[in-house]
Design a protein around this ligand. Structure first.
Ligand code: XBP
Ligand code: MG
Length: 248
């Protein structure tokens, strides 16, 4: 099977972004006068909820506020998240969030091999643009045939909606596509969309269950190029699950 497209997740896959997200959330809470300060252990637990706005909502529920307090706090989530996104993109543009190893090289190789590129992420388009333009140049977004982000779909990962959104706009057969993810939520979403899924665990997801992955590697830097992906794609049917070949 010839590889037709690579569909990248963003947070944790293109870059280990969650520490910057965590700091941006805390900066936004401070500027909103909220006595919330998400520690790393707290944030690691909160990452089970995908989507920044949904994560804040889950945190509010965990505080067990009165109905009127919950309603007042929930009404402020969009404004808090807008400020958080401003804080986060400022860090990204300042160069505080490097791409993970092997990402830029694989994107270059894909372009040379005429393999289409897509993005399927839970984060905002604004965050994706900031990361790609900072590291891949001002025309970086044009290198991706389809960019699926955050609120473009009703249900976030682990639902497959964002992958279905991207696949419906890519002119590539599903079984010629490879999803690249870092988290269990992302893996569930990609597999539910019927995709061969390569997982590169991140700092925040390294203890999660990737048994449904088609392949698990430490980072994209350990790939032997596009043909390496294609060779594995040929050996494992796209919708098969469980034949994980976890590589050290
Ligand atoms: C990971 C997420 C996002 C980020 C925070 O997205 O779940 O919510 O944690 O970004 P990905 P936002 O699918 O790229 O791994 O605050 O913009 O949601
Ligand atoms: Mg991710």
């Amino acid at each position: 099977m010839k590889l037709g497209a690579l569909i990248f997740d963003v947070d944790g896959t293109l870059a280990d972004t969650e520490e910057a997200h965590r700091r941006a959330f805390n900066e936004a809470f401070l500027r909103f006068g909220l006595a919330w300060d998400w520690s790393k252990p707290t944030y690691a637990l909160l990452l089970a909820t995908t989507g920044g706005k949904e994560r804040i909502e889950a945190y509010i529920r965990s505080l067990e506020p009165s109905p009127s307090e919950a309603s007042a706090l929930t009404a402020r989530i969009p404004a808090i998240h807008r400020l958080k996104t401003e804080c986060y993109t400022r860090m990204v543009i300042a160069g505080d969030v490097p791409l993970r190893e092997g990402v830029a090289r694989l994107i270059e190789e894909a372009a040379r091999a005429e393999v289409q590129l897509g993005i399927a992420s839970t984060t905002t388009l604004q965050n994706i643009e900031a990361l790609l333009r900072t590291h891949l140049g001002s025309d970086a977004m044009k290198r991706f045939s389809v960019v699926g982000a955050g609120d473009q779909v009703a249900r976030k990962k682990p639902h497959p909606d964002i992958y279905d959104f991207v696949l419906s706009r890519l002119n590539v057969a599903r079984d010629a596509c490879v999803a690249i993810e870092d988290s269990a939520n992302g893996l569930l979403a990609a597999k539910a969309a019927g995709l061969y899924t390569l997982v590169t665990p991140s700092y925040w997801t390294r203890t999660e269950d990737f048994s449904a992955a088609d392949r698990v590697i430490p980072s994209l830097d350990s790939l032997l190029g596009i043909r390496d992906i294609e060779r594995h794609l040929r050996t494992v049917p796209a919708c098969a699950a469980g034949q994980t070949s976890r590589e050290r």
